[in-house]
Design a protein around this ligand. Sequence first.
Ligand code: IMP
Ligand code: MG
Length: 178
Amino acid sequence: MNTITIEDKTFIKYISDSEIDKAIERIATEINEEYKNDIPILIITLNGAIMFAAELLKKLTIQCRITCIRVASYDGTQSSTAKNLIGLVEDLTNQRVIVVDDIVDTGNTYEHIVGMLQEEKVKDVRIATMTFKPEAYKKSLPVHYVGINIPTKFIVGHGLDYNGLGRNLPDIYQLYTE
Ligand code: IMP
Ligand code: MG
């Protein structure tokens, strides 16, 4: 099926599950090389990053730890200010941290998380994101590991939602506009 409807919106198939898998494979190879002498902690951003994070984790051959945080930043299809719903619990002092996210859009969420991590006195922070909207990105922080660059158009699937729906779709769909 090439189009789907979620509530009031129509979406068209855009990136296949197998294409996402190849992108994750590439990111995993880079992380396995960069962290071969360290034990990083992956901070998985709920809810959107769980599918990507699970797939990435299975491809990591290094030793690593994981924890989860939940930051809300979206209202319908518009990005807004980030706030914590579930915060950090682990002691991250002097740790190498990899933030694992489903998408970096404006970068508000990423900047908010990096701010929190700096207060925890982490050793360094990198981000691994399944998708990235470079034209929407407003921050100067580097975005290290990018699965797939996409245009500034709303997407759902593979963890990403529209009003809480669509996260279970294996492929990614793009908002259909005439
Ligand atoms: P940012 O703070 O603007 O970078 O947005 C990041 C968060 O907004 C992501 O973690 C997603 O939860 C959500 N988001 C941004 N763009 C999309 C999209 O196209 N589809 C679904 N969620 C999105
Ligand atoms: Mg998210």
